[in-house]
Design a protein around this ligand. Sequence first.
Ligand SMILES: [Zn+2]
Length: 99
Amino acid sequence: MAKRGRKPVYRDISCPSCGSNHVVKNGKVTGRQFYLCRECGRKFVEGAKHRYDRSVRERALRMYANGMSMRAISRVLQVPLGTVFTWIKRYGGKSAQSS
Ligand SMILES: [Zn+2]
C-alpha cells in the first residue's frame, strides 16, 4: 500500500462494531463527522456509543498478557471472541504489559 498524506489512525475514536481504533474520516453529514473503520468496514458517526469501553479492552489485553486464552477472556468479560481477537491482534503487542 502506498503512503497517503492523511493520518490513518484516530486514537480517540474507536469502531463501535469491532473496537478498532483504525478508523478514518469519511465525510460529514448534517454537521456530524462520519468515520469508516478500516478493520471491519463499518461506517459510524462521531459520538456513536461504543459497545465496549476502553477499560474493558485494556482489561482484556492485560488478561491476555497474563496468559489467559482469548476464549476465557471472551467468557469472563462477555465480549464476543471475534472482538477479543481484534483487540489482541491490534493492540496486544504494544499496550499489553504484564504487571
Ligand atoms: Zn470496526
